[in-house]
Write a new protein. Structure first.
Length: 102
């Protein structure tokens, strides 16, 4: 990620790993095929793009709503179904990574 604090980059990178793992676990628990689960890892770049969208917003005005918009765009680009509970969990995880109070 460009033009951000290396410490923030490390935290976000770690959260992306957690984010991917949570998606994979959720898909596994719901009985999706290994192909779909592996597809999540291939979508890592999509997740990076999503976080870039969030990081483009000044940290002083980042909000839960901005994170929610980015997550919903990401979910719309994926070829799998997410439950609303999964979406909310991912929003919460990213808000935590970006130090956004919810």
């Amino acid at each position: 990620m460009s033009n951000i604090d290396p410490g923030e980059d490390a935290v976000i990178t770690k959260q992306i790993g957690i984010f991917l793992e949570a998606i994979e676990n959720s898909l596994f628990e719901r009985g999706h095929s290994m192909e779909k689960i592996q597809n999540v890892n291939r979508r890592g770049m999509e997740i990076r793009l999503m976080t870039e969208e969030i990081l483009q917003v000044d940290s002083e005005i980042r909000s839960r709503r901005i994170v929610e918009i980015a997550v919903r765009k990401f979910v719309d680009r994926m070829d799998i179904e997410f439950s609303e509970e999964d979406v909310q969990e991912l929003i919460e995880m990213l808000c935590k990574a970006f130090n956004i109070q919810t």
